[in-house]
Design a protein around this ligand. Structure first.
Ligand SMILES: Cc1cc2nc3c(=O)[nH]c(=O)nc-3n(C[C@H](O)[C@H](O)[C@H](O)COP(=O)(O)OP(=O)(O)OC[C@H]3O[C@@H](n4cnc5c(N)ncnc54)[C@H](O)[C@@H]3O)c2cc1C
Ligand code: SF4
Ligand code: SF4
Length: 379
């Protein structure tokens, strides 16, 4: 049966939970709010399927030749309503037009992030834009398998660990399944997200009707978080908003994200989507600060799907090395912030703003001024 000795060795992909024939595995939150498998020994029949399919314990080796493009969606409204260049919505349309299903991350009514399945274009907005929180895939691999077995087309989207989790769970290739992952910074704790939402409620005194992590009113390059309320809005960028700061400074990520086994050049996904960071230096013609995507094609199936959206995009092929020059998250993990453990230790003890002021904000300047005053007084 599955046993997690070191938290780094579990990405929370849910493959073990989904494969268990006795429903003996449940995913349980740890004190930081990340989900880990827990086996009910009374139900477990020791079939060991969970260990056999865990994508961290069983590495897959892929030999392919990824091809990279800088591109963006020609439809400006669709692009502005997406995190990067608005490529996901175009891929999704292709599958939905065939009567297929698209799987991706959405919010529930309390703005928790979870995976869901859609098959109607009117629901595409649910999946659009990045939610920088670990998404709960629950038992979705089982439902995806049922749809595939009944002959449906599927576009499954998610983090690289979720894509490998699904691939291991399925155990065989399906012609009608398209896998699309992302270049992944890492996923923040759902508990920290919940605390941040509570903090905003306290500050803004209103329940949000929508949340966008990548609002583009002030451009694409700077992350901008927007809470839309009925009567007003909260908007702040990555240099000021506490949640974005904690995410981008690597304070609130899952343990496995600091030692990610899924960040690599050769991936099992058909297509990888990302922001084309540095495009203004590498391909200035494709930069207008409204969002440029980096698209990496890793299979014939990916190539075939990408060719279908050719008329809807502006694109330019680029070498893999140039494509990831400013996006190291394709192949390497981010470094754990030195204050991460202290942040989580105090998560339930002090208010969100105090917590961030203490463990997230850069205190270098404050310390410098403090030391200068001390020196002055001493002299
Ligand atoms: C947690 C996270 C970390 C990321 N880190 C990087 C990075 O380091 N570098 C980089 O270049 N790009 C990163 N991205 C990808 C980037 O933000 C865009 O999602 C991607 O470029 C697609 O953009 P788009 O404009 O084509 O479509 P969009 O409409 O913006 O993207 C929607 C797609 O994102 C998926 N998605 C949204 N939230 C989640 C989630 N929580 N978990 C899994 N899938 C989700 C949806 O299922 C859908 O497929 C990250 C995305 C996420 C969710
Ligand atoms: S990585 Fe996935 S399959 Fe492996 S133990 Fe964690 S949740 Fe289970
Ligand atoms: S950094 Fe790696 S382990 Fe973490 S969510 Fe992304 S793919 Fe999964």
């Amino acid at each position: 049966m599955i046993e997690i000795k070191d938290k780094k060795d579990c990405s929370g992909c849910n493959a073990c939970k989904n494969i268990c024939p006795k429903n003996a595995i449940e995913m349980v939150n740890d004190e930081k709010g990340f989900r880990y498998p827990r086996v009910n020994r009374d139900l477990c029949i020791e079939c060991n399927l969970c260990n056999k399919i865990c994508p961290i314990k069983n590495k897959v080796k892929i030999n392919n030749n990824p091809i990279a493009y800088a591109c963006y969606n020609k439809n400006l409204e669709e692009r502005l309503n997406s995190s990067s260049g608005g490529i996901f919505i175009l891929l999704a349309k292709q599958i939905l037009e065939k009567g297929g299903y698209v799987v991706g991350a959405t919010y529930d009514e309390k703005f928790n992030v979870k995976h869901t399945i859609i098959n109607d274009f009117k629901d595409i907005k649910l999946l659009q834009t990045s939610k920088y929180v670990q998404s709960d895939v629950s038992d979705i691999y089982i439902r995806v398998k049922e749809l595939l077995e009944s002959g449906k087309y599927i576009l499954f989207t998610g983090t690289p660990c979720q894509i490998e989790g699904l691939n291991s769970f399925l155990g065989k290739k399906y012609d009608k399944l398209y896998l699309q992952d992302i270049i992944c910074h890492g996923v923040p704790s759902p508990l920290v997200w919940k605390k941040y939402i509570e903090y905003r409620l306290e500050k803004d005194n209103e329940k949000p009707i929508n949340i966008n992590f990548r609002n583009k009113d002030n451009g694409w390059k700077k992350f901008n978080l927007k809470f839309q309320y009925t009567s007003k809005e909260y908007k702040n960028n990555q240099t000021k908003d506490y949640y974005l700061l904690a995410f981008l400074k690597n304070v609130i990520l899952r343990d496995s994200c600091y030692d990610c086994r899924f960040k690599k050049k050769n991936r099992i996904s058909d297509i990888t989507l990302a922001d084309f960071w540095g495009v203004e230096n590498i391909l200035p013609d494709l930069f207008d600060d409204k969002g440029t995507s980096l698209v990496i094609i890793s299979s014939d199936k990916g190539k075939e799907l990408f060719e279908k959206i050719d008329k809807d995009i502006v694109k330019k092929e680029i070498s893999f090395e140039d494509a990831i020059k400013f996006n190291k998250n394709m192949t390497s993990s981010v470094e754990k912030n030195k204050n991460r453990d202290k942040f989580f230790e105090k998560l339930n003890d002090i208010s969100f703003d105090k917590l961030c002021k203490k463990y997230v904000l850069d205190n270098k300047l404050k310390n410098k001024v403090f030391r200068a005053i001390k020196r002055l007084v001493k002299n």
